[in-house]
Design a protein around this ligand. Structure first.
Ligand SMILES: *Cc1c(COP(=O)(O)O)cnc(C)c1O
Length: 356
């Protein structure tokens, strides 16, 4: 029996999403204890979750299935965002909602403003939608004309990220407003909006085809718990609710997310520290003279590397226990992206860079 004849024929052509390795695996590879690693490669919150959030997670009713209607969570998110709960859907991270939106539309193609987050492309291909990459302009602003073309040529969803990962720049509200008149679902991923940049949520009232995605992974330090949400037109939200897996948000994620919202005032002080550290890190790194920062509104900074391969810089930092992302591809040739951490993380980064 030929197993492959049972499986979908495009499976072989799917490139795997290459995730970052687990910390203990990395530490063993580098030969350093886990505590010595400075993890600035995945835009996580190195302060971790707030103590009260941890308590709430511990107290979650693990023996009971979660509420498929997400009543308490949607209500809490709605109050936090300043909309009605009928606009909100929660997911197993924003990634779950990207997948849900693609499956809701089943477009033959999706337009992706690159360079950007890799998950749109990966999830489009899983649903057999062709990812159409629409390169940003040299300053990483959107190419509105090319995006318009992509929709006219059949893209049923446009994925935009604001602030964008890995470039750190937000979308222009007037440009987005114009793009929303296109005959496509316009998805604005605001995974980093709590660190800066203006939210596009107010435009949802005007455009029923606009969806905003957010996550607790970055600002709330809950990347490992997997919880995010969408804000959209209520009709679209209803369809998303009916298509999602009933128990997509587990009870720990539900409790953690609601506690993070309840403790926003304290957590926002940590966010302010990260933003200040981002700016200090960018300025200090730029002083070295061979790394040029791109202005960022997120919790990371993209640097153009001059005079040496970005790949070698990342490898040399890694051997000193400092983890960063590098890019070496046509749309992002010779760059590194460094997440903003605590002051001690920046100090370790600077020491490692000076030792290169
Ligand atoms: C990190 C990231 C996400 C991931 O969100 P999850 O809620 O962890 O799935 C989504 N979008 C962008 C642009 C990101 O960088």
């Amino acid at each position: 029996m030929d197993l492959r004849s049972l499986l979908r024929h495009d499976l072989e052509a799917l490139e795997e999403y290459v995730p970052v390795k687990p910390l203990d695996v990395l530490a063993a590879e580098i030969g350093l204890p886990v505590e010595r690693l400075v993890k600035l490669d995945a835009n996580e919150n190195l302060y971790g979750p707030h103590a009260e959030v941890l308590k709430a997670i511990q107290a979650a009713p693990f023996h009971i299935y979660p509420d498929p209607g997400q009543e308490a969570l949607r209500e809490a998110i709605a109050r936090f965002v300043g909309v009605d709960a009928e606009h909100v859907v929660a997911g197993t991270g924003a990634d779950d909602l990207i997948d849900l939106l693609i499956r809701l539309v089943m477009p033959k193609a999706v337009a992706i403003a690159t360079p950007t987050f890799g998950m749109y492309r990966f999830l489009a291909k899983i649903s057999r939608a062709t990812p159409v990459e629409v390169p940003r302009r040299p300053n990483f602003d959107l190419d509105v004309v090319a995006l318009r073309h992509a929709v006219h040529n059949g893209a049923g969803i446009v994925f935009l990220t604001s602030p964008n990962n890995p470039t750190g720049n937000p979308v222009n509200l007037a440009e987005l407003d114009a793009l929303c008149s296109l005959d496509a679902l316009i998805v604005v991923d605001e995974a980093y909006v709590e660190f800066g940049g203006q939210s596009v949520v107010p435009l949802i009232a005007k455009h029923p085809n606009l969806v905003v995605l957010r996550t607790f992974s970055k600002w709330a330090g809950l990347a490992g718990l997997r919880v995010g949400y969408s804000i959209s037109n209520p009709e679209l939200a209803r369809h998303m609710m009916s298509l999602k897996q009933p128990y997509n948000v587990n009870v720990a994620a539900d409790a953690g997310a609601r506690a993070a919202i309840a403790h926003w005032p304290e957590i926002s002080e940590t966010i302010a520290c990260i933003v200040a550290e981002r700016d200090r890190m960018a300025a200090k790194v730029a002083e070295l003279g061979w790394l040029t920062p791109f202005p960022s509104q997120a919790n990371f900074v993209l640097f153009a590397v001059e005079g040496r391969p970005a790949k070698d810089v990342a490898a040399a930092l890694r051997s000193r226990g400092v983890l960063v992302r590098y890019y070496d591809r046509p749309d992002l040739a010779n760059y590194i992206r460094i997440s903003a951490g605590r002051p001690e993380d920046t100090d370790a980064l600077l020491a490692a860079l000076q030792a290169l």
